[in-house]
Design a protein around this ligand. Structure first.
Ligand SMILES: Nc1ncnc2c1ncn2[C@@H]1O[C@H](COP(=O)(O)OP(=O)(O)OP(=O)(O)O)[C@@H](O)[C@H]1O
Ligand SMILES: [Mg+2]
Length: 242
């Protein structure tokens, strides 16, 4: 399954993609978190840490300059990534393998990466570059679901509306709007007015998210019970249609 996470700059795509990837990995299925941003920081939100994230970036930047191009999806996964941490919910008492965090070798081009032959049982969560240009460039490549992240500002909602319409051309699966950083009823009303008829998951404004970012930890590790993280864990079931 290929899931694209799109939206305006700063809306919360990376935070959403990271919590989604780690939530999905808890079920035991193979998950690859794909950072398609030229300015990648998905590793930080997954809890991979600054050093490993930067090491992956230098590896990717070395392609064509001493580092060989990857020829296949498996090659990319094997050579251009590290395992992210992941843990089953505490009641299981077991350490689980987390999602494999992979930086793409092809200069962050989802239209190339998502068009590759990816094993059926693998779920790819792709954190797209800001805006809707990358969705347009997907061309004929299809994904299985699109998550459109927006904050409650008019500009971000306008991008989200266009992204959701465009997403219909690239997926036959669910399109879920993540309305992030919602403060109050007025924000909810604005979101509902602009995106009526869409499936919307509301995520509250929550200081735990920037606090985790500042501490270079995954929000899911730093504050699993914070309101925004709890709300974001509701995304995986929505995508599965349950
Ligand atoms: N629910 C939330 N409450 C408060 N702050 C949040 C919330 N979600 C995200 N943020 C903050 O907003 C900022 C942007 O989040 P994030 O990096 O996830 O967005 P992005 O869409 O990936 O940005 P970019 O377009 O730069 O890649 C970060 O500083 C993050 O801590
Ligand atoms: Mg981002």
């Amino acid at each position: 399954m290929k899931i694209a996470v799109v939206g305006k700059g700063g809306a919360g795509k990376t935070t959403t993609a990271a919590v989604l990837a780690r939530t999905l990995a808890r079920t035991g299925q193979p998950v690859v978190a794909l950072d398609c941003d030229t300015n990648p920081n998905l590793g930080l939100s997954l809890g991979v840490g600054m050093d490993a994230t930067e090491a992956l970036l230098s590896l990717r930047d070395g392609v064509g300059d001493g580092v060989e191009h990857a020829r296949s999806w498996d090659d990319i996964v094997a050579r251009f990534g590290v395992d992210a941490p992941g843990r089953r919910p505490p009641r299981h008492g077991l350490q689980d393998r987390g999602p494999r965090f992979r930086l793409p070798v092809m200069r962050g081009l989802p239209e190339q990466l998502l068009g590759l032959d990816i094993a059926e049982d693998t779920t790819v969560v792709a954190d797209f570059e800001a805006g809707i240009g990358t969705l347009t460039r997907l061309g004929e490549t299809k994904v299985d679901a699109v998550v459109v992240v927006t904050d409650p500002t008019v500009k971000s909602l306008e991008v989200a509306s266009r992204a959701a319409r465009l997403a219909e051309e690239h997926t036959a699966g669910p399109i879920v709007i993540v309305a992030n950083r919602v403060l109050d009823e007025a924000d909810r009303d604005t979101v509902e007015r602009t995106l009526s008829g869409r499936t919307v998951l509301v995520i509250p404004e929550d200081d735990a998210i920037p606090a985790a970012d500042r501490a270079d930890t995954a929000p899911l590790d730093a504050s699993p019970d914070s309101p925004a993280v709890r709300a974001l864990t509701g995304l995986a079931p929505l995508l599965a249609g349950s």
